[in-house]
Design a protein around this ligand. Sequence first.
Ligand code: GLA
Length: 415
Amino acid sequence: MATPTHAPTPDLGDQPPADLADCLGAHRALFEGVMGPGPAPATCFSPGRVNMFGGHLDYNGGPVCPTAINRGTFISLRPRTDGVVRLASTFEGDSFTGSVAGLPDRRLGHWYDYPLGVLRALVDSDERCATALKGGVDIHFGGNLPVGAGLSSSASICVGTAFALDTVFGLGLTPAEHVAAALDAERGFVGVQCGIMDPYAVGFARARRVLWLDCKDESFEHLPLDFTRLSIGVADTGVQRSLARGEFNRRVAECKAAFEILGPKVPGATVLRDVPRETLDAHEHLLEDAVARRARHVIDEVERTFRARQAFRDGDLGVLGEVMSGTHRSFQTLYECSSEELDVLVAAAESSPGVFGARLTGAGFGGCIVMLVAAGSEEAVTERVQAEFRSRYDRTPPVAFFQGDEGPRAVHAAG
Ligand code: GLA
């Protein structure tokens, strides 16, 4: 296999990419140079995602509301007949060569652990998949999704790989099975205990819709969002706090502690999300102060996320913006997962004409904010947010705008 031409990993601050179809066509054209001559590959697209509503609710069994975005992973693939598997990427120098019969059962410590984990999950899932995939495959990955900006490149590549293999090998899988393979890969193979939100957001994406997912019973629905009226903006503080992982784990533990005390007081409660506000009010004195604040955030945030669901149904962008900003206040005061830089970005966004609302997205303690922005205001908002941030920190935060996306799809059939 030839070493792929190295492209720089996409950055949030990059110029908006060329037309998606052109990018995918260009990616497909690289295949022969990397994998060698033969029939033209099939090429698929798999989006990234951004979470807009339901902050720190997934691990408390609450609702979340992410949307897939129109940047993601490009996947070109061609079946083989000799049982060999080869995986290459435009962004990485190292490639994988192995065999379907001898796939590793845990991560090797490379970027290709993600697609390899998916392949492994599918081969192990049932006899039919194992038989269909036994001839092997060449897969070449690329994309235009900024990496490290909290846009879930891992769910994009995992769900996309399951989708692409299903499409090319006629595995007859459902989107739920693509999501299951992605979760198996991330949890079982790569070893990251990720939540269900990200693969669901990618695998169940629909055009002009956001996903409203109940993390307690995994029920979901699609809610309308008129992307002709708005853009989803993301701005990056450029600060990844080294404490983030530890603080995140501490929040998870605090929520667990709150549930251990409050849960038994609510018949049938299985997750913190089931605890009503009155129960917290009546028993708050039994909780440590910080634990009580975390529980209050969860209870309020569940209510806000239901309010957002109604606002989507009503097409009320004003209420959606209020909910987002309300979430950020709660992150500042109750969940204590914001940072000075995030607050500066949110305040700058909120004071910009054309912004309905803004909040940190992802775990917090650094990272990115998400903003709901009226179509046509993107440039003015970028200038204002960057100018305010620069006046405090003497550097310019990258800002990008996204539209929604319809989810994984084959763009070019095998030729
Ligand atoms: C991180 C986690 C997600 C979710 C968010 C907070 O990004 O990976 O599963 O808990 O934080 O909403």
